[in-house]
Ligand binder design. Structure first.
Ligand code: GLA
Length: 531
Protein backbone atom coordinates (compact mmCIF):
# COMPACT_ATOMS: atom_id res chain seq x y z
CA UNK A 1 0.00 0.00 0.00
CA UNK A 2 1.32 3.44 -0.87
CA UNK A 3 0.50 6.32 1.42
CA UNK A 4 0.77 9.48 -0.61
CA UNK A 5 0.02 12.06 2.07
CA UNK A 6 -0.20 12.79 5.72
CA UNK A 7 -3.47 14.05 7.11
CA UNK A 8 -2.37 17.65 7.24
CA UNK A 9 -1.40 17.64 3.57
CA UNK A 10 -4.26 17.79 1.13
CA UNK A 11 -4.94 14.87 -1.15
CA UNK A 12 -4.88 17.12 -4.17
CA UNK A 13 -1.39 18.31 -3.31
CA UNK A 14 -0.27 14.74 -2.73
CA UNK A 15 -1.84 13.69 -5.98
CA UNK A 16 0.78 15.58 -7.89
CA UNK A 17 3.35 13.15 -6.47
CA UNK A 18 1.49 9.89 -6.97
CA UNK A 19 -2.08 8.54 -7.19
CA UNK A 20 -3.91 9.06 -3.91
CA UNK A 21 -4.43 6.01 -1.72
CA UNK A 22 -7.84 6.18 -0.04
CA UNK A 23 -7.30 3.13 2.19
CA UNK A 24 -8.65 3.57 5.70
CA UNK A 25 -11.78 4.55 7.60
CA UNK A 26 -13.80 7.56 6.46
CA UNK A 27 -16.74 9.18 8.23
CA UNK A 28 -19.19 11.90 7.31
CA UNK A 29 -17.92 15.35 8.31
CA UNK A 30 -19.96 17.49 10.77
CA UNK A 31 -22.16 18.71 7.91
CA UNK A 32 -23.61 15.21 7.89
CA UNK A 33 -23.54 14.85 11.67
CA UNK A 34 -27.04 13.36 11.78
CA UNK A 35 -25.52 10.34 10.05
CA UNK A 36 -22.26 10.26 11.95
CA UNK A 37 -22.54 6.57 12.66
CA UNK A 38 -21.95 5.86 8.96
CA UNK A 39 -18.39 4.79 8.18
CA UNK A 40 -16.76 3.93 4.86
CA UNK A 41 -13.99 1.30 5.07
CA UNK A 42 -11.81 1.38 1.98
CA UNK A 43 -8.94 -0.84 0.82
CA UNK A 44 -7.14 0.41 -2.28
CA UNK A 45 -4.78 -1.51 -4.56
CA UNK A 46 -3.30 0.57 -7.35
CA UNK A 47 -6.10 2.73 -8.72
CA UNK A 48 -8.82 0.29 -7.70
CA UNK A 49 -10.56 -0.07 -4.33
CA UNK A 50 -13.17 -2.15 -2.54
CA UNK A 51 -14.58 -2.03 0.97
CA UNK A 52 -17.87 -1.55 2.76
CA UNK A 53 -20.16 1.05 4.26
CA UNK A 54 -21.08 0.38 7.84
CA UNK A 55 -24.06 1.74 9.78
CA UNK A 56 -24.75 0.13 13.13
CA UNK A 57 -24.84 -3.61 12.47
CA UNK A 58 -25.51 -3.13 8.75
CA UNK A 59 -22.70 -3.42 6.24
CA UNK A 60 -23.02 -2.83 2.50
CA UNK A 61 -20.28 -3.80 0.08
CA UNK A 62 -18.39 -1.16 -1.91
CA UNK A 63 -17.59 -2.42 -5.42
CA UNK A 64 -16.11 -1.07 -8.64
CA UNK A 65 -14.07 1.58 -6.78
CA UNK A 66 -11.69 3.53 -9.00
CA UNK A 67 -9.47 6.56 -8.46
CA UNK A 68 -8.63 8.64 -11.51
CA UNK A 69 -6.64 11.75 -10.60
CA UNK A 70 -8.85 13.63 -8.13
CA UNK A 71 -11.97 11.80 -9.35
CA UNK A 72 -13.47 8.82 -7.58
CA UNK A 73 -16.23 6.42 -8.62
CA UNK A 74 -17.65 3.42 -6.77
CA UNK A 75 -20.87 1.53 -6.15
CA UNK A 76 -22.55 0.55 -2.89
CA UNK A 77 -24.60 -2.64 -2.99
CA UNK A 78 -27.77 -2.27 -0.86
CA UNK A 79 -30.57 -4.83 -0.86
CA UNK A 80 -29.37 -6.25 -4.17
CA UNK A 81 -29.28 -2.78 -5.80
CA UNK A 82 -26.11 -1.03 -6.87
CA UNK A 83 -26.03 2.69 -6.10
CA UNK A 84 -23.31 4.40 -8.10
CA UNK A 85 -21.45 7.26 -6.45
CA UNK A 86 -19.07 9.69 -8.01
CA UNK A 87 -16.74 11.79 -5.95
CA UNK A 88 -13.86 14.18 -5.79
CA UNK A 89 -10.78 14.16 -3.60
CA UNK A 90 -10.39 17.64 -2.17
CA UNK A 91 -7.80 19.34 -0.04
CA UNK A 92 -7.45 18.40 3.65
CA UNK A 93 -8.01 14.69 3.06
CA UNK A 94 -11.73 14.98 2.41
CA UNK A 95 -13.78 13.25 -0.20
CA UNK A 96 -17.01 14.66 -1.60
CA UNK A 97 -19.37 12.01 -2.92
CA UNK A 98 -22.77 12.16 -4.57
CA UNK A 99 -25.34 9.52 -5.51
CA UNK A 100 -27.48 10.20 -8.58
CA UNK A 101 -30.32 12.64 -7.84
CA UNK A 102 -33.68 11.03 -7.15
CA UNK A 103 -35.84 14.07 -7.77
CA UNK A 104 -36.11 17.29 -9.71
CA UNK A 105 -35.81 20.59 -7.87
CA UNK A 106 -37.49 23.80 -8.69
CA UNK A 107 -37.07 27.37 -7.51
CA UNK A 108 -39.58 29.30 -5.44
CA UNK A 109 -40.79 31.58 -8.22
CA UNK A 110 -44.10 33.31 -7.58
CA UNK A 111 -46.90 33.54 -10.09
CA UNK A 112 -49.04 36.58 -10.85
CA UNK A 113 -52.09 35.14 -9.07
CA UNK A 114 -54.29 32.39 -10.36
CA UNK A 115 -56.68 32.81 -13.24
CA UNK A 116 -58.93 30.04 -14.39
CA UNK A 117 -61.69 29.11 -16.77
CA UNK A 118 -63.45 26.30 -18.53
CA UNK A 119 -62.21 25.11 -21.91
CA UNK A 120 -58.66 24.38 -23.02
CA UNK A 121 -55.81 26.74 -22.30
CA UNK A 122 -52.93 26.91 -24.82
CA UNK A 123 -50.20 24.48 -23.80
CA UNK A 124 -47.69 25.79 -21.29
CA UNK A 125 -43.98 25.76 -22.04
CA UNK A 126 -42.79 24.59 -18.67
CA UNK A 127 -39.05 24.24 -18.19
CA UNK A 128 -37.82 21.12 -16.41
CA UNK A 129 -34.83 21.78 -14.18
CA UNK A 130 -32.14 19.09 -14.12
CA UNK A 131 -31.99 16.96 -10.95
CA UNK A 132 -29.36 17.97 -8.39
CA UNK A 133 -27.26 15.27 -6.73
CA UNK A 134 -26.93 15.44 -2.95
CA UNK A 135 -23.28 15.84 -1.95
CA UNK A 136 -21.79 14.40 1.21
CA UNK A 137 -18.31 15.12 2.56
CA UNK A 138 -16.22 12.38 4.11
CA UNK A 139 -13.11 12.78 6.20
CA UNK A 140 -10.51 10.09 6.89
CA UNK A 141 -10.12 9.20 10.56
CA UNK A 142 -7.66 6.33 10.09
CA UNK A 143 -5.34 5.33 7.25
CA UNK A 144 -4.86 1.78 8.56
CA UNK A 145 -6.01 -0.95 6.17
CA UNK A 146 -9.50 -1.83 7.48
CA UNK A 147 -10.55 -5.32 8.62
CA UNK A 148 -12.66 -7.28 6.12
CA UNK A 149 -16.43 -6.75 6.09
CA UNK A 150 -17.93 -8.65 9.07
CA UNK A 151 -19.85 -11.77 8.09
CA UNK A 152 -23.44 -11.30 9.26
CA UNK A 153 -25.06 -13.98 11.45
CA UNK A 154 -27.47 -16.40 9.70
CA UNK A 155 -30.93 -14.90 9.26
CA UNK A 156 -34.25 -16.49 10.07
CA UNK A 157 -36.98 -16.86 7.45
CA UNK A 158 -40.50 -16.37 8.78
CA UNK A 159 -43.41 -17.44 6.62
CA UNK A 160 -46.71 -15.58 6.72
CA UNK A 161 -49.55 -17.49 8.38
CA UNK A 162 -51.68 -19.70 6.07
CA UNK A 163 -54.74 -17.66 7.04
CA UNK A 164 -54.43 -13.87 6.81
CA UNK A 165 -54.59 -11.85 10.01
CA UNK A 166 -58.22 -10.75 10.48
CA UNK A 167 -59.10 -7.13 9.79
CA UNK A 168 -59.34 -5.25 13.10
CA UNK A 169 -62.22 -3.10 11.72
CA UNK A 170 -60.27 0.14 12.38
CA UNK A 171 -59.10 2.98 10.11
CA UNK A 172 -62.17 2.93 7.87
CA UNK A 173 -60.78 6.23 6.60
CA UNK A 174 -57.05 7.13 6.61
CA UNK A 175 -55.87 7.78 10.19
CA UNK A 176 -55.52 11.42 11.22
CA UNK A 177 -53.47 12.77 14.07
CA UNK A 178 -50.00 13.92 15.02
CA UNK A 179 -46.64 12.16 15.24
CA UNK A 180 -43.61 13.37 17.18
CA UNK A 181 -40.83 12.37 14.81
CA UNK A 182 -40.65 15.03 12.10
CA UNK A 183 -40.33 17.89 14.60
CA UNK A 184 -39.10 16.46 17.88
CA UNK A 185 -37.18 13.26 17.03
CA UNK A 186 -35.44 12.25 20.31
CA UNK A 187 -36.67 15.40 22.11
CA UNK A 188 -40.17 14.01 22.57
CA UNK A 189 -41.20 13.41 26.20
CA UNK A 190 -44.28 13.10 28.41
CA UNK A 191 -44.69 16.87 28.77
CA UNK A 192 -44.44 17.50 25.03
CA UNK A 193 -47.12 14.88 24.36
CA UNK A 194 -49.44 16.35 27.03
CA UNK A 195 -48.89 19.88 25.72
CA UNK A 196 -49.52 18.80 22.13
CA UNK A 197 -52.72 17.02 23.20
CA UNK A 198 -53.89 20.17 25.05
CA UNK A 199 -53.07 22.28 22.00
CA UNK A 200 -54.94 19.98 19.63
CA UNK A 201 -58.07 20.47 21.67
CA UNK A 202 -57.64 24.27 21.88
CA UNK A 203 -56.60 24.96 18.29
CA UNK A 204 -59.32 22.88 16.65
CA UNK A 205 -57.10 20.10 15.31
CA UNK A 206 -58.98 17.44 17.29
CA UNK A 207 -62.33 18.69 16.09
CA UNK A 208 -61.04 18.74 12.52
CA UNK A 209 -60.43 14.98 12.88
CA UNK A 210 -56.82 14.72 14.09
CA UNK A 211 -57.29 12.28 16.97
CA UNK A 212 -54.17 10.10 17.18
CA UNK A 213 -51.28 11.51 19.23
CA UNK A 214 -48.43 9.25 18.24
CA UNK A 215 -45.14 8.91 20.08
CA UNK A 216 -42.47 7.82 17.59
CA UNK A 217 -39.05 6.36 18.37
CA UNK A 218 -37.01 7.08 21.57
CA UNK A 219 -39.61 6.35 24.28
CA UNK A 220 -38.27 2.83 24.91
CA UNK A 221 -36.43 1.86 28.08
CA UNK A 222 -35.01 -1.50 29.15
CA UNK A 223 -36.92 -4.72 29.85
CA UNK A 224 -37.56 -5.94 33.40
CA UNK A 225 -36.53 -9.38 34.66
CA UNK A 226 -39.65 -10.91 33.08
CA UNK A 227 -38.87 -9.29 29.73
CA UNK A 228 -41.59 -6.64 29.98
CA UNK A 229 -40.76 -3.49 28.05
CA UNK A 230 -40.57 -0.31 30.13
CA UNK A 231 -40.59 3.29 28.98
CA UNK A 232 -37.45 5.35 29.63
CA UNK A 233 -37.04 8.34 31.95
CA UNK A 234 -38.65 10.71 29.42
CA UNK A 235 -41.96 8.87 29.92
CA UNK A 236 -42.34 8.12 33.64
CA UNK A 237 -45.82 6.58 33.37
CA UNK A 238 -47.25 5.56 30.01
CA UNK A 239 -50.59 4.46 31.44
CA UNK A 240 -51.06 7.83 33.13
CA UNK A 241 -50.14 9.55 29.86
CA UNK A 242 -52.65 7.43 27.92
CA UNK A 243 -55.33 8.26 30.50
CA UNK A 244 -54.53 11.95 30.12
CA UNK A 245 -54.69 11.82 26.31
CA UNK A 246 -57.91 9.80 26.40
CA UNK A 247 -59.36 12.35 28.78
CA UNK A 248 -58.95 14.94 26.03
CA UNK A 249 -60.95 12.88 23.56
CA UNK A 250 -57.76 11.82 21.77
CA UNK A 251 -55.96 8.50 21.28
CA UNK A 252 -52.35 7.53 22.01
CA UNK A 253 -49.95 5.87 19.56
CA UNK A 254 -46.58 4.23 20.10
CA UNK A 255 -43.69 2.87 18.04
CA UNK A 256 -41.52 -0.26 17.90
CA UNK A 257 -39.58 -2.55 15.56
CA UNK A 258 -39.75 -6.24 14.62
CA UNK A 259 -35.97 -6.21 15.05
CA UNK A 260 -33.90 -6.19 18.24
CA UNK A 261 -33.39 -2.40 17.98
CA UNK A 262 -35.40 0.50 16.60
CA UNK A 263 -34.00 2.82 13.96
CA UNK A 264 -32.75 5.18 16.68
CA UNK A 265 -31.11 2.24 18.48
CA UNK A 266 -33.67 1.72 21.27
CA UNK A 267 -35.19 -1.61 22.37
CA UNK A 268 -37.27 -3.35 19.67
CA UNK A 269 -39.90 -6.09 19.99
CA UNK A 270 -37.90 -9.00 18.54
CA UNK A 271 -38.91 -12.21 20.36
CA UNK A 272 -41.23 -10.19 22.63
CA UNK A 273 -44.04 -9.53 20.17
CA UNK A 274 -47.06 -10.90 22.09
CA UNK A 275 -45.68 -9.65 25.40
CA UNK A 276 -45.22 -6.10 24.07
CA UNK A 277 -48.67 -6.05 22.47
CA UNK A 278 -50.18 -6.98 25.85
CA UNK A 279 -48.16 -4.29 27.62
CA UNK A 280 -49.28 -1.63 25.16
CA UNK A 281 -52.91 -2.73 25.43
CA UNK A 282 -52.62 -2.53 29.22
CA UNK A 283 -51.20 0.99 28.97
CA UNK A 284 -54.12 2.00 26.74
CA UNK A 285 -52.25 2.36 23.46
CA UNK A 286 -54.46 2.81 20.38
CA UNK A 287 -51.95 2.78 17.49
CA UNK A 288 -48.64 1.09 16.71
CA UNK A 289 -46.08 2.11 14.09
CA UNK A 290 -43.83 -0.90 13.54
CA UNK A 291 -40.55 0.01 11.86
CA UNK A 292 -38.39 -2.65 10.12
CA UNK A 293 -34.99 -1.07 11.02
CA UNK A 294 -32.69 -3.68 12.59
CA UNK A 295 -34.98 -6.55 11.56
CA UNK A 296 -32.69 -6.83 8.52
CA UNK A 297 -30.09 -8.30 10.88
CA UNK A 298 -32.27 -11.18 12.06
CA UNK A 299 -34.71 -11.89 9.22
CA UNK A 300 -34.37 -12.46 5.48
CA UNK A 301 -36.22 -9.81 3.42
CA UNK A 302 -38.76 -12.52 2.46
CA UNK A 303 -39.74 -12.65 6.13
CA UNK A 304 -41.40 -9.26 6.12
CA UNK A 305 -44.99 -10.51 5.59
CA UNK A 306 -44.46 -13.14 8.32
CA UNK A 307 -42.75 -10.78 10.76
CA UNK A 308 -45.44 -8.14 10.32
CA UNK A 309 -48.21 -10.76 10.61
CA UNK A 310 -46.69 -11.93 13.88
CA UNK A 311 -47.23 -8.50 15.45
CA UNK A 312 -50.52 -8.05 13.58
CA UNK A 313 -51.90 -11.16 15.24
CA UNK A 314 -50.43 -10.18 18.61
CA UNK A 315 -52.12 -6.76 18.45
CA UNK A 316 -55.41 -8.34 17.44
CA UNK A 317 -55.25 -10.83 20.33
CA UNK A 318 -54.19 -8.18 22.86
CA UNK A 319 -56.86 -5.80 21.61
CA UNK A 320 -59.57 -8.45 21.83
CA UNK A 321 -58.46 -9.34 25.36
CA UNK A 322 -58.40 -5.74 26.57
CA UNK A 323 -61.30 -4.41 24.52
CA UNK A 324 -58.98 -1.80 23.00
CA UNK A 325 -58.30 -2.40 19.29
CA UNK A 326 -55.00 -1.04 18.01
CA UNK A 327 -54.41 0.57 14.60
CA UNK A 328 -51.45 -1.14 12.95
CA UNK A 329 -49.06 0.94 10.85
CA UNK A 330 -46.35 -0.88 8.88
CA UNK A 331 -43.15 1.02 8.31
CA UNK A 332 -40.77 -0.80 5.99
CA UNK A 333 -40.37 1.91 3.36
CA UNK A 334 -42.44 0.15 0.69
CA UNK A 335 -40.08 -2.79 0.29
CA UNK A 336 -40.96 -6.27 -1.03
CA UNK A 337 -44.24 -5.16 -2.63
CA UNK A 338 -45.88 -4.35 0.69
CA UNK A 339 -49.16 -3.42 -1.03
CA UNK A 340 -49.68 -7.06 -2.00
CA UNK A 341 -49.44 -8.39 1.58
CA UNK A 342 -49.76 -5.47 4.02
CA UNK A 343 -53.47 -6.03 4.64
CA UNK A 344 -53.01 -9.80 5.06
CA UNK A 345 -50.43 -9.12 7.76
CA UNK A 346 -53.06 -7.12 9.63
CA UNK A 347 -51.82 -3.70 8.54
CA UNK A 348 -54.19 -0.75 8.39
CA UNK A 349 -51.53 1.28 6.59
CA UNK A 350 -48.07 0.76 5.21
CA UNK A 351 -45.33 3.17 4.29
CA UNK A 352 -44.58 3.25 0.58
CA UNK A 353 -41.25 5.11 0.59
CA UNK A 354 -38.22 6.18 2.57
CA UNK A 355 -38.46 9.05 5.04
CA UNK A 356 -39.93 12.38 3.99
CA UNK A 357 -37.95 15.59 4.63
CA UNK A 358 -39.28 19.10 4.97
CA UNK A 359 -38.38 20.30 1.50
CA UNK A 360 -40.00 20.49 -1.91
CA UNK A 361 -37.73 17.92 -3.58
CA UNK A 362 -38.47 15.25 -0.98
CA UNK A 363 -42.21 15.90 -0.64
CA UNK A 364 -42.87 16.21 -4.37
CA UNK A 365 -40.74 13.19 -5.25
CA UNK A 366 -42.62 11.02 -2.74
CA UNK A 367 -46.06 12.42 -3.52
CA UNK A 368 -45.96 12.69 -7.30
CA UNK A 369 -43.38 10.09 -8.39
CA UNK A 370 -43.51 7.26 -5.92
CA UNK A 371 -47.23 6.61 -5.51
CA UNK A 372 -48.16 5.85 -9.11
CA UNK A 373 -49.60 2.35 -9.47
CA UNK A 374 -50.13 1.82 -5.75
CA UNK A 375 -53.78 2.90 -5.83
CA UNK A 376 -54.93 -0.68 -6.43
CA UNK A 377 -53.80 -1.65 -2.92
CA UNK A 378 -55.72 1.05 -1.03
CA UNK A 379 -59.19 0.27 0.29
CA UNK A 380 -61.33 0.96 3.34
CA UNK A 381 -59.23 -0.10 6.36
CA UNK A 382 -55.99 -0.47 4.38
CA UNK A 383 -54.01 2.54 3.17
CA UNK A 384 -50.82 3.42 1.36
CA UNK A 385 -48.76 5.73 3.59
CA UNK A 386 -46.49 8.21 1.78
CA UNK A 387 -45.19 9.30 5.23
CA UNK A 388 -46.16 11.98 7.70
CA UNK A 389 -46.89 15.61 6.97
CA UNK A 390 -44.16 18.26 7.11
CA UNK A 391 -46.69 21.13 6.98
CA UNK A 392 -45.57 23.93 9.29
CA UNK A 393 -42.01 22.73 9.85
CA UNK A 394 -40.60 25.69 7.94
CA UNK A 395 -38.78 24.11 4.99
CA UNK A 396 -41.50 24.88 2.44
CA UNK A 397 -43.72 27.88 1.80
CA UNK A 398 -47.50 27.91 2.23
CA UNK A 399 -48.07 27.30 -1.48
CA UNK A 400 -45.97 24.14 -1.24
CA UNK A 401 -47.65 23.06 1.99
CA UNK A 402 -51.07 23.43 0.30
CA UNK A 403 -49.75 21.15 -2.45
CA UNK A 404 -48.58 18.68 0.22
CA UNK A 405 -52.02 18.68 1.90
CA UNK A 406 -53.92 18.46 -1.40
CA UNK A 407 -51.81 15.66 -2.81
CA UNK A 408 -51.93 13.61 0.38
CA UNK A 409 -55.73 14.02 0.44
CA UNK A 410 -56.07 12.91 -3.18
CA UNK A 411 -53.84 9.93 -2.33
CA UNK A 412 -56.11 8.90 0.57
CA UNK A 413 -53.01 9.17 2.73
CA UNK A 414 -52.93 9.21 6.51
CA UNK A 415 -52.85 12.83 7.70
CA UNK A 416 -50.38 12.84 10.57
CA UNK A 417 -49.24 16.37 11.31
CA UNK A 418 -45.53 16.49 12.12
CA UNK A 419 -45.11 20.06 13.32
CA UNK A 420 -45.05 21.67 16.76
CA UNK A 421 -48.74 22.02 17.46
CA UNK A 422 -48.06 23.87 20.73
CA UNK A 423 -47.38 27.00 18.72
CA UNK A 424 -48.80 26.78 15.24
CA UNK A 425 -49.15 29.83 13.00
CA UNK A 426 -52.68 30.68 11.80
CA UNK A 427 -51.81 30.14 8.11
CA UNK A 428 -50.50 26.65 8.88
CA UNK A 429 -53.53 25.83 11.00
CA UNK A 430 -55.76 26.95 8.11
CA UNK A 431 -53.95 24.53 5.79
CA UNK A 432 -54.15 21.61 8.21
CA UNK A 433 -57.79 22.16 9.15
CA UNK A 434 -59.36 23.01 5.78
CA UNK A 435 -62.56 20.99 6.14
CA UNK A 436 -63.23 20.74 2.41
CA UNK A 437 -59.78 19.28 1.77
CA UNK A 438 -59.96 16.94 4.75
CA UNK A 439 -63.30 15.68 3.41
CA UNK A 440 -61.48 14.58 0.25
CA UNK A 441 -58.92 12.65 2.31
CA UNK A 442 -61.59 11.11 4.52
CA UNK A 443 -64.00 10.23 1.74
CA UNK A 444 -65.81 7.02 2.78
CA UNK A 445 -65.46 5.32 -0.61
CA UNK A 446 -61.76 4.90 0.17
CA UNK A 447 -60.66 5.04 -3.46
CA UNK A 448 -57.13 6.44 -3.85
CA UNK A 449 -56.64 9.15 -6.48
CA UNK A 450 -54.53 8.71 -9.59
CA UNK A 451 -52.46 10.83 -11.93
CA UNK A 452 -54.94 11.69 -14.70
CA UNK A 453 -52.52 13.59 -16.93
CA UNK A 454 -49.00 14.96 -17.04
CA UNK A 455 -47.66 17.59 -19.39
CA UNK A 456 -44.20 18.73 -18.33
CA UNK A 457 -44.58 20.34 -14.92
CA UNK A 458 -48.38 20.35 -15.14
CA UNK A 459 -49.98 17.36 -13.44
CA UNK A 460 -53.65 16.64 -12.90
CA UNK A 461 -54.60 14.16 -10.18
CA UNK A 462 -58.14 12.90 -9.66
CA UNK A 463 -59.98 10.98 -6.97
CA UNK A 464 -63.50 9.59 -7.29
CA UNK A 465 -65.60 10.35 -4.20
CA UNK A 466 -68.49 8.47 -2.63
CA UNK A 467 -71.14 10.94 -3.79
CA UNK A 468 -70.12 10.56 -7.44
CA UNK A 469 -68.17 13.82 -7.52
CA UNK A 470 -64.46 13.97 -8.36
CA UNK A 471 -61.71 15.72 -6.46
CA UNK A 472 -59.24 17.13 -8.98
CA UNK A 473 -55.85 18.67 -8.25
CA UNK A 474 -54.27 20.94 -10.85
CA UNK A 475 -50.59 20.95 -9.85
CA UNK A 476 -47.59 22.91 -11.12
CA UNK A 477 -44.26 21.29 -10.24
CA UNK A 478 -42.23 23.93 -12.09
CA UNK A 479 -40.44 27.12 -11.08
CA UNK A 480 -42.78 29.59 -12.77
CA UNK A 481 -46.53 30.04 -12.99
CA UNK A 482 -48.21 28.03 -15.76
CA UNK A 483 -51.75 27.25 -16.81
CA UNK A 484 -52.82 23.71 -15.93
CA UNK A 485 -55.80 22.12 -17.67
CA UNK A 486 -57.96 19.23 -16.49
CA UNK A 487 -59.61 17.77 -19.58
CA UNK A 488 -62.85 15.88 -19.10
CA UNK A 489 -61.47 13.18 -21.42
CA UNK A 490 -58.52 12.60 -19.03
CA UNK A 491 -60.99 12.37 -16.15
CA UNK A 492 -63.16 9.93 -18.13
CA UNK A 493 -66.25 12.16 -17.82
CA UNK A 494 -68.56 13.89 -20.29
CA UNK A 495 -71.25 16.53 -20.05
CA UNK A 496 -71.63 19.46 -17.75
CA UNK A 497 -69.78 19.46 -14.41
CA UNK A 498 -69.63 22.28 -11.89
CA UNK A 499 -66.38 23.17 -10.15
CA UNK A 500 -65.78 24.23 -6.55
CA UNK A 501 -62.36 25.53 -5.49
CA UNK A 502 -61.58 23.86 -2.16
CA UNK A 503 -58.83 26.31 -1.11
CA UNK A 504 -60.65 29.46 -2.21
CA UNK A 505 -63.94 28.06 -0.85
CA UNK A 506 -65.65 29.39 -3.97
CA UNK A 507 -67.90 27.98 -6.69
CA UNK A 508 -66.50 28.42 -10.20
CA UNK A 509 -69.54 27.69 -12.38
CA UNK A 510 -69.87 24.76 -14.79
CA UNK A 511 -68.26 23.58 -18.04
CA UNK A 512 -68.54 20.78 -20.56
CA UNK A 513 -65.03 19.86 -21.69
CA UNK A 514 -62.19 21.07 -19.44
CA UNK A 515 -61.18 23.43 -16.62
CA UNK A 516 -57.95 25.40 -16.59
CA UNK A 517 -56.27 27.56 -14.00
CA UNK A 518 -53.04 29.51 -13.81
CA UNK A 519 -51.21 27.74 -11.02
CA UNK A 520 -48.26 29.34 -9.20
CA UNK A 521 -44.88 27.64 -8.96
CA UNK A 522 -45.17 24.49 -6.79
CA UNK A 523 -48.84 25.30 -6.26
CA UNK A 524 -52.21 23.66 -6.68
CA UNK A 525 -55.79 24.48 -7.51
CA UNK A 526 -57.90 21.81 -5.84
CA UNK A 527 -61.39 21.34 -7.21
CA UNK A 528 -64.43 19.26 -6.54
CA UNK A 529 -66.26 18.55 -9.78
CA UNK A 530 -69.92 17.61 -9.42
CA UNK A 531 -72.53 16.60 -12.00
C1 GLA B 1 -37.41 5.50 10.51
C2 GLA B 1 -38.84 5.85 10.12
C3 GLA B 1 -39.15 7.26 10.58
C4 GLA B 1 -38.96 7.36 12.08
C5 GLA B 1 -37.55 6.93 12.46
C6 GLA B 1 -37.38 6.82 13.96
O1 GLA B 1 -36.50 6.28 9.83
O2 GLA B 1 -39.04 5.71 8.75
O3 GLA B 1 -40.46 7.62 10.23
O4 GLA B 1 -39.90 6.55 12.72
O5 GLA B 1 -37.23 5.67 11.91
O6 GLA B 1 -36.14 6.32 14.33
Amino acid sequence: MRLCFVATIGLIAAHSLCAADLSGKWVLTPAGAANNDIAYYITQTGDLFTGYVSQGQNNSAITDGKVDGDKVAFAVVRGGNKIVYTGRITALATLEIAAPAAAGRGGGGRGRGPAFGFGNHPAANAAVEPPQPVTQSLIRVSAAVPPPMPVPPAKETLNPPAVPVKYNTLAKTPPMGWNSWNKFQARVNDQVVRDVADAMVKNGMRDAGYVYVNIDDTWEGTRDAQGNIRSNEKFPDMKALADYVHGKGLKLGIYSSPGPKTCAGYEGSYQHEAQDAKTWAAWGIDYLKYDWCSATQVYTPDSQPGAYAKMGQALLDAGLASGRAIVYSLCQYGQVDVGTWGANSGGNLWRTTGDISDNWASMSNIGFNQQIGREKFAAVGHWNDPDMLEIGNGGMNDTEYRTHMSLWSLLAAPLLAGNDLRSVAPDILDILTNKEVIAVDQDPLGKQGVQASKDGDAEVWARTLADGSIAVGLFNRGATQIPVTAKWSDLHITGSWSARDLWAHADRGAGTDAFWANVPSHGVVLLKLAK
